[in-house]
Write a protein that binds this ligand. Structure first.
Ligand SMILES: Cc1ncc(COP(=O)(O)O)c(C=O)c1O
Length: 374
């Protein structure tokens, strides 16, 4: 539960005898350009907010979220990160058996199992870029009452079209479908993909502020559903002040129509599109390495045969203080998978060069004796 996440920069800082901020954390999927300019100064000025209780239900922030996205704020819930909802969902929905489309973020399965629900994984394969086929349910899948789909998915980075998702949700009105859009703001196709504007009563959309705005330490997440009954149940169990005072201040800043939030998002997408392309082109020189197409802030790699992700992660953090993500603990992946979250151009270049050297990338000619490849 507490250990299935990124590369644990705190652990490596203690091993290396340095501060966590001395390590370039390429295991964490947050926006390399964030936090947005002006936010930290704004929060410094608002520090005294911690000396008083914030709004118990953060309803002002919820209202602003509704205004920013043009949706009825009655349909919006706010929580302590989307994690708040992930862990409340099994209880609120009364899930008996969940279907999780993977390989994906492990907290969903952990949360269901913790609540005593069974979990069925539908694992997409590497040959088709881990693309999810939202076709008919079969076998154990048919007994599932709750379904989870991350769009785009972590760690694979792929996105599913809205029409495909909507058709799937409509085909299963008796099942509740959770669509996690934590990484969707990184995609140019956000607006044509999001289900935030949908009306289907069996759907809940999760939306995180942690990733795009690089404020994972503040813990702000939203959930949207048109289902009154489910919203009421969430509100009935919601703890007061679950979104703290500084988090509420930050959300007000980011949702303020007079702040350049849209420009920041657009600049982030431009930067990531450029860096992803550059890194993909360079890494493609490594024979036997597979890079999966991504619309997010990270790239999933399958290493050449015989190369183990955990070994590379350890080498890179020890020699370069760059922490990558070994993906062997994702259900459906193995020790050959590794995820790189994009950071500054310098860090991106350092890690691609190191991987090219370490794994024997060809220059003009393919390498004669590629180290670590078989
Ligand atoms: C797919 C996915 N959903 C949700 C979360 C949790 O995000 P939050 O900070 O909003 O709780 C993560 C974190 O890595 C994630 O990868």
């Amino acid at each position: 539960m507490l250990t299935g996440h990124g590369g644990n920069v705190h652990f490596w800082a203690s091993v290396l005898g340095c501060l966590p901020q001395d390590i370039v954390d390429m295991s964490s999927n947050v926006n390399p350009l964030g936090p947005m300019e002006g936010l930290l100064d704004f929060l410094r000025e608002r520090m005294d907010a911690i000396a008083a209780l914030p709004q118990a239900d953060a309803s002002d922030v919820v209202r602003r979220f509704g205004v920013r996205y043009g949706i009825d704020s009655e349909r919006v819930l706010i929580g302590n990160g989307t994690t708040h909802f992930i862990h409340a969902l099994p209880g609120v929905l009364g899930t008996k058996r969940a279907l999780v489309f993977g390989p994906t973020y492990s907290d969903y399965a952990d949360a269901f199992l913790q609540h005593g629900a069974a979990v069925v994984h539908r694992i997409a394969g590497p040959d088709d870029h881990f693309r999810q086929r939202l076709d008919e349910l079969s076998g154990d899948e048919r007994d599932c009452d709750t379904i989870v789909i991350c769009n785009p998915n972590n760690p694979t980075g792929g996105r599913i079209e809205r029409s495909v998702l909507e058709a799937f949700c409509k085909r299963h009105p008796e099942r509740f479908v959770v669509i996690d859009e934590s990484y969707l703001p990184f995609s140019d196709a956000e607006m044509e993909t999001t289900l935030l504007y949908g009306d289907l009563p069996n759907v809940m959309v999760l939306h995180s502020m942690s990733k795009m705005f690089r404020i994972p330490g503040l813990r702000i997440g939203f959930a949207m559903t048109s289902n009154d009954r489910i919203r009421r149940r969430f509100r009935d169990i919601q703890q007061p002040w679950s979104v703290n005072a500084l988090a509420q201040e930050a959300a007000r800043f980011l949702l303020d129509p007079d702040r350049p939030t849209d420009a920041f998002v657009a600049e982030t997408r431009r930067y990531l599109n450029h860096e992803r392309r550059r890194m993909t082109d360079e890494l493609a020189r490594i024979s036997g390495l597979k890079i999966y197409p991504s619309e997010t802030s990270f790239l999933l790699l399958r290493l050449p045969k015989g190369v183990d992700g955990a070994t590379l992660v350890e080498e890179s953090v020890r020699t370069h203080r760059i922490l990558l993500r070994d993906c062997s603990n994702f259900v459906g992946l193995d020790e050959r998978y590794m995820r790189i979250s994009l950071k500054t151009p310098d860090a991106n270049r350092r890690i691609t060069r190191w991987l090219c050297d370490r794994l024997g990338a060809g220059q003009e000619d393919p390498p004669k004796t590629p180290t670590g490849c078989s």
